[in-house]
Design a protein around this ligand. Structure first.
Ligand SMILES: Cc1cc2nc3c(=O)[nH]c(=O)nc-3n(C[C@H](O)[C@H](O)[C@H](O)COP(=O)(O)O)c2cc1C
Length: 372
């Protein structure tokens, strides 16, 4: 399997599956002399772990993070790759058997068919294998390392659930999102809209079905000038990072698809000067011009599809007979992936921003040297 690394200078490489012994991440590019503790990683992993409310999968994973490499005797980073491991603890035989019994049938909305096409008889049929939401543990642990470095530059990244079941939160800025961050199990900072969304999700869950939604990510404090102008636009690497998360079917930057219906006079963000700094009165560009940050908040949204595992009978086919077949409900699932996925979105955006910061500072350093 190829493509398990994200980032160019600051980068993460992950491994691990849903029903393997555990999941790990190797983080490259961590500066030396930085305080990094298991608790710092745990804080992020705790946002993502399952079984926290009736919206989540009942799978009971402790998701305990253990930094096993990259720290010196004083607990500071040494500049070596940081390795973090999380063991899977809730791998009950009853669930493995449920997957084993149904492994000849492909589950609609899951990646089993395409994994089978690529990896043949040895593909991992248990709990979606590497395509499982558990794969994102390594991303979140790696993103927690990026968070600690970004905080030194006062760069903050927050994600929240903006929409679910057709109910939308009112428009909110960074400060308001921060004030009501994680105040309910959905992490929707519009507390009234959240109640309606949760009631609707539980109604859909009771009917054996699932639903999706929209997660918005806002990054504050990102300096102007990040991102490389052509293939490595920061807007493009962020979209890459987010689209690589399972169940994400769309990414919008700023006004996103709404730009198609706007006039130029409506879409352009007028610049002005505030305290000798260039600012923009509106942020339809989502904080990017030419894929390079303009100093305003980065505003990105991603569309999350409904959880593919449902409790209703579905059409499928049997790979042993190549005949159409019916698939009954299988094992545990999230009623909606939204409250599980926002910490993953924060992690991917943090990694992409930090990687761009490394690229920019590296290039700037060499440029100064050449021009001296
Ligand atoms: C954090 C997270 C949790 C997920 N939880 C579930 C789940 O409980 N049940 C399920 O069927 N799919 C879940 N998924 C979605 C599947 O992993 C994903 O839809 C599937 O692998 C197919 O990939 P695709 O949707 O990108 O095509 C989860 C994904 C993420 C990122």
């Amino acid at each position: 399997m190829l493509g398990n690394t994200f980032g160019r200078v600051f980068r993460i490489t992950t491994c691990g599956e849903s029903y393997g012994s555990g999941l790990a991440v190797i983080v490259d590019g961590v500066p030396a002399g930085m305080k990094l503790t298991n608790e710092m990683i745990q804080e992020e992993l705790d946002k993502r772990k399952p079984g926290q409310s009736e919206l989540d999968s009942p799978r009971k994973e402790t998701d305990i993070a253990q930094i096993f490499a990259g720290l010196g005797q004083e607990g500071l980073t040494t500049g070596a790759p940081v390795g973090i491991i999380v063991y899977n603890v809730d791998r009950q035989a009853v669930h493995v058997e449920q997957y084993r019994k149904a492994k000849h049938l492909f589950r609609p909305g899951h990646a089993e068919y395409t994994y089978f096409v690529k990896y043949g008889a040895h593909y991992d049929w248990c709990g979606a294998g590497r395509a499982s939401g558990r794969e994102t543990v390594g991303r979140v642990a790696g993103g927690a390392v990026a968070k600690q470095i970004l905080l030194r530059d006062n760069i903050e990244v927050l994600a929240y659930v903006q929409e679910s079941c057709g109910i939308r939160a009112r428009r909110m800025g960074f400060e308001e999102v921060k004030k009501n961050y994680r105040k309910n199990p959905l992490n929707c900072p519009d507390l009234e809209a959240a109640e309606k969304m949760i009631a609707k999700i539980l109604e859909i869950k009771a009917a054996g079905d699932t639903c999706g939604g929209v997660v918005e990510i806002i990054a504050r404090g990102v300096p102007a000038g990040l991102g490389e102008p052509v293939f490595d636009k920061l807007s493009a690497t962020i979209a890459h990072g987010l689209m690589s998360i399972g169940a994400v079917k769309g990414v919008e930057i700023g006004a996103g698809f709404r730009v198609a219906g706007m006039k130029g006079s409506e879409c352009n963000d007028p610049p002005y000067i505030e305290n000798e700094r260039v600012r923009f009165r509106t942020n339809n560009s989502g904080g990017f011009l030419g894929g390079i940050t303009n100093g305003e908040d980065l505003v990105i949204r991603m569309a999350v599809k409904p959880t593919p595992t449902i409790s209703l009978e579905q059409d499928s086919f049997d790979k042993t007979t190549m005949r159409e077949a019916k698939l009954a409900a299988i094992t545990r699932r999230d009623a909606t992936i939204c409250p599980r996925i926002y910490p993953v979105a924060e992690a991917m955006v943090r990694i992409a921003i930090l990687d761009a910061l490394f690229m920019w500072r590296g290039w700037e350093g060499v440029q100064k040297h050449v021009s001296a």
